[in-house]
Design a protein around this ligand. Structure first.
Ligand SMILES: [Ca+2]
Ligand SMILES: [Ca+2]
Ligand SMILES: [Ca+2]
Ligand SMILES: [Ca+2]
Length: 330
C-alpha cells in the first residue's frame, strides 16, 4: 500500500519507548495517507461495505458495491492514482486483478482487468506503489521462488513489460512498504523462521540492492508494518496473536540501542488491521474481531484504553474480511 502523509498539529500520539524487545524482531509498515474507512468484504456475495464516517449508526453514509466473488482475494488500492482506493480483487483461478475504477458494482462500471502470466504456482497479490507515481501497481509475489512481478502503467496483458526481481524465499511473507520514506514502496519480506525483516531498498534483485534488515518478535507473530510515528516512513512491526501485543521498530533498526514502541491492542482471534483511522497522519494500531464483528482502534498507539479509542461494530459473521481503505479520498 502506498500512503502519503499529511501531518496535523492536532496529533497527540503518546510514544512509549522501551529499550528492547525480547527476542528482537521487526515489522514492516505501511504509510498512512488521509483517513481510511472501516470496510468489510463478504466472500459469499462479493459485496464491499464501507462506513464513510467510520460510524455504523443508521443515519451515517455508506458505500456498497458488488465486486468479486467467492474464491477471490480483496486487494483494495489506488490503482489509478486519483487519491481514492478502488474496490479490487485478485482472482487466483484467472491469475488476474479485477479493479472497479469508480467504486461501483462490477456490472456497468468502468473496470480494469490486469492479467498475469503463470509465473509460478503460488502467487500472492502484493499491489503497492513501486515506482512512486502515486498509483498502486498490480503486482504478485511468487512464494515458490521469491520473485516479484509488477505490472507497470499500461501493462494489462499476458506477456506485458513488468518489473521483476527476486527478493525473499519460500516460507517468507511479503510486506511491501516505504521503509526509507522516498515515496516508493520497496520489495520486502518477513521471514518467520528468522524473525527477520528483509527490505530491498532499490527494488532490484536482493543481491544487487542496498538492503535493510532487522529482527524482532517470534515466528508466530504477524507482520504489521505501518507509519506509527507519522514521519512518512513505514516502520517494521509485528503483532503477537496470542497476547495482542504490538512491537514497532521506530527506527527500522533492531538491537538494544534502538527504540521500540510496545502496546497492547487486541486479543487472540483478532485480525490486525493498522491504518490511519482518524486522519492525523499516524497509522493507528487496530484489530477487527470476528467474534463480535467489531473494529477496535487505539488512536494514540498506546495500550488499549490509555488513549482515545474507536469501537465500531461492522460485519455480519464468520468469513467476512476487513478491508479498511481510503475509499472517498478524504
Ligand atoms: Ca505507482
Ligand atoms: Ca521507499
Ligand atoms: Ca514512521
Ligand atoms: Ca491516526
Amino acid at each position: 500500500m502506498k500512503m502519503r502523509h499529511f501531518l496535523q498539529v492536532t496529533a497527540c500520539l503518546v510514544v512509549v519507548i522501551v529499550a528492547a524487545v525480547p527476542g528482537g524482531s521487526q515489522v514492516g509498515a505501511l504509510t498512512a495517507q488521509h483517513q481510511i474507512e472501516m470496510a468489510i468484504w463478504r466472500p459469499g456475495d462479493g459485496s464491499w461495505n464501507v462506513l464513510l464516517n467510520n460510524n455504523s449508526e443508521p443515519d451515517q453514509p455508506g458505500l456498497h458495491a458488488q465486486v468479486g466473488q467467492e474464491g477471490d482475494i480483496p486487494v483494495p488500492g489506488d490503482y489509478d492514482g486519483d487519491g481514492e482506493d478502488e474496490f479490487a480483487v485478485w482472482r487466483p483461478d484467472d491469475n488476474a486483478f479485477y479493479i472497479s475504477l469508480e467504486n461501483l458494482s462490477w456490472d456497468g462500471a468502468p473496470v480494469r482487468v490486469v492479467d498475469f502470466p503463470k509465473y509460478g504456482g503460488d502467487l500472492t497479490p502484493v499491489s503497492a506503489d513501486y515506482d512512486g507515481d502515486g498509483a498502486d501497481e498490480p503486482a504478485v509475489w511468487d512464494a515458490t521462488d521469491g520473485s516479484w512481478h509488477v505490472a507497470l502503467d499500461g501493462d494489462t496483458e499476458p506477456g506485458m513489460t513488468a518489473l521483476s526481481a527476486q527478493v525473499g524465499q519460500k516460507g517468507d511473507v511479503p510486506v511491501p512498504g516505504d521503509y526509507d520514506g522516498d515515496g516508493m514502496d520497496e520489495f520486502a519480506v518477513w521471514r518467520p523462521a528468522e524473525t527477520g525483516f528483509y527490505v530491498a531498498l532499490d527494488n532490484t534483485d536482493w543481491e544487487d540492492s542496498a538492503v535493510l534488515s532487522a529482527w524482532i518478535g517470534e515466528a508466530t507473530d504477524i507482520p504489521v508494518p505501518g507509519d506509527y510515528d507519522g514521519d512518512g516512513i513505514d516502520e517494521l512491526a509485528v503483532w503477537r496473536p496470542k497476547t495482542g501485543r504490538w512491537f514497532v521498530l521506530l527506527e527500522n533498526q533492531s538491537g538494544d540501542d534502538w527504540p521500540v514502541l510496545f502496546a497492547q491492542v487486541g486479543q487472540l482471534g483478532d485480525i490486525p488491521i493498522p491504518g490511519d483511522y482518524d486522519g492525523d497522519g499516524y497509522d493507528d494500531m487496530a484489530v477487527w474481531r470476528p467474534a463480535d464483528q467489531t473494529f477496535y482502534v487505539s488512536l494514540g498507539n498506546t495500550d488499549w484504553g490509555l488513549s482515545p479509542t474507536m469501537i465500531v461494530e461492522w460485519g455480519w459473521g464468520d468469513g467476512d474480511i476487513p478491508v479498511p481503505g481510503n475509499y472517498d479520498a478524504d
